[in-house]
Design a protein around this ligand. Structure first.
Ligand SMILES: *[C@@H]1O[C@H](CO)[C@@H](O)[C@H](O)[C@H]1NC(C)=O
Ligand SMILES: *[C@@H]1O[C@H](CO)[C@@H](O)[C@H](O)[C@H]1NC(C)=O
Length: 362
């Protein structure tokens, strides 16, 4: 008979959790869930760009577990560089929540970072076209959960060289420069229950072993891509919904530039290509020219795919992104809910028509 400890151990394996380390937070999933973040309490008390009690001050020292006594936008005058071992608890901000606008947030080359319920809206206040809304290039052990990333200039999320990453329950929308979602190389990486809206491509571009589960992609020109260059990777692509919109010129580019060097397990994915205002997709489980895997490359993938693609749509619409929803996210969600009728790939956040030069008020 199995001892209680054996049962516990097998339960941990069944759910794909690391045996020794705690989760980043209750409910954290995927490769970034091993992040432990910071433990030293620090309270952000000012929306100013810099100085005592600001966000920039908070992230300047590693080991901090950051909470917010203020809400609204922090208008960044220059990029903010995170230290390692940082937790950003955006969910602690009073309503209507907390976010940054105008410059890049960077975890480049850092490790052990947890970011929750945080809005990152770069936009054209940033004239540096080489910067992204969030940069985790060469970083490791990073998890973003219930974040809202919009108006990225280079990429929404740049993650070249990133190891052990999760992006979950997050909105990645309306990139304005290269009009790209996320670019990840190295990995492994988990993309789970995200909403990707109105981008030209890279939702994501992933040159890495990848879990892509319960994502919703709307109004894409190309969605999941490997870009046909260098590297043999494995991809678990399960129960995602691709939905064409006004900017979708070729709905069949839901999977884009995926050559025979790739291996993919694909199941339960749907494509709604007809832009008719009704969610009525059909099966879409052919992943370019990838070699077909008969079972997931990663043993945790199937256990994460608890929702069908249709149920993922309902769940993502209800709960994705930072909470409470602000004007930018409400705009994004309403676009998706048109199911083919509205949506545009934009070059300037102001063209959303939202106040505050398109950043919306927070
Ligand atoms: C960090 O702060 C959050 C919010 O107050 C709290 O829930 C969490 O337990 C803290 N984590 C650690 C490791 O101190
Ligand atoms: C990535 O996670 C694995 C555990 O899944 C760990 O062994 C490895 O050290 C991590 N890599 C880095 C760079 O921390």
């Amino acid at each position: 008979m199995a001892s209680p400890k054996d049962i516990l151990v097998s339960l941990f394996f069944a759910f794909g959790l690391p045996l020794v380390s705690a989760l980043a937070f209750p409910g954290a999933v995927g490769f970034g869930s091993i992040a432990t973040g910071g433990t030293t309490p620090f309270v952000v008390t000012s929306l100013a760009d810099s100085g005592t009690g600001t966000f920039r001050d908070a992230v300047s020292v590693s080991g901090r577990n950051i909470t917010f006594a203020v809400s609204g936008y922090i208008n960044l005058a220059s990029p903010v560089s995170l230290s390692s071992s940082i937790t950003i608890n955006g969910q602690t901000a009073p309503s209507p929540g907390i976010g940054v606008m105008g410059r890049e947030v960077s975890a480049s080359s850092k490790t052990n970072i947890i970011i929750r319920n945080f809005r990152m809206r770069q936009g054209n206040l940033d004239t540096d076209t080489g910067k992204s809304a969030f940069n985790m290039g060469d970083a490791s052990n990073v998890i973003l959960d219930h974040c809202s990333v919009a108006y990225g200039v280079f990429d929404s999320i740049d993650a070249v060289g990133a190891v052990n990453v999760t992006v979950s329950n997050s909105i990645v929308a309306l990139p304005i420069g290269q009009q790209f979602g996320a670019h990840l190389e190295t990995g492994p990486a988990t993309w789970y229950r995200n909403l990707w809206v109105s981008a030209h491509n890279r939702q994501p571009l992933t040159k890495a072993n990848t879990q892509y589960i319960n994502n919703i992609v709307y109004n894409y020109q190309a969605a999941y891509t490997v870009a046909n260059t260098g590297g043999d990777f494995s991809h678990d692509i399960i129960n995602n919904y691709f939905i064409a919109g006004p900017s979708t010129t070729s709905a069949g580019d839901d999977y884009f530039q995926i050559d025979a060097n790739q291996q993919a397990f694909a199941s339960g994915n749907l494509l709604d290509s007809n832009k008719d205002g009704v969610l009525n997709g059909a099966a879409a489980n052919t992943i370019g020219s990838a070699v077909v895997l008969s079972s997931p490359w990663n043993p945790t993938s199937q256990g994460l795919a608890t929702l069908s693609a249709a149920d993922a749509y309902t769940s993502v619409i209800a709960s994705v992104g930072a909470s409470p929803r602000d004007q930018v996210d409400a705009f994004v969600i309403s676009t998706v809910q048109s199911l083919g009728k509205t949506g545009a790939i934009i070059t300037n956040q102001a063209s959303t028509g939202l106040a505050n030069n398109g950043y919306g008020t927070l």
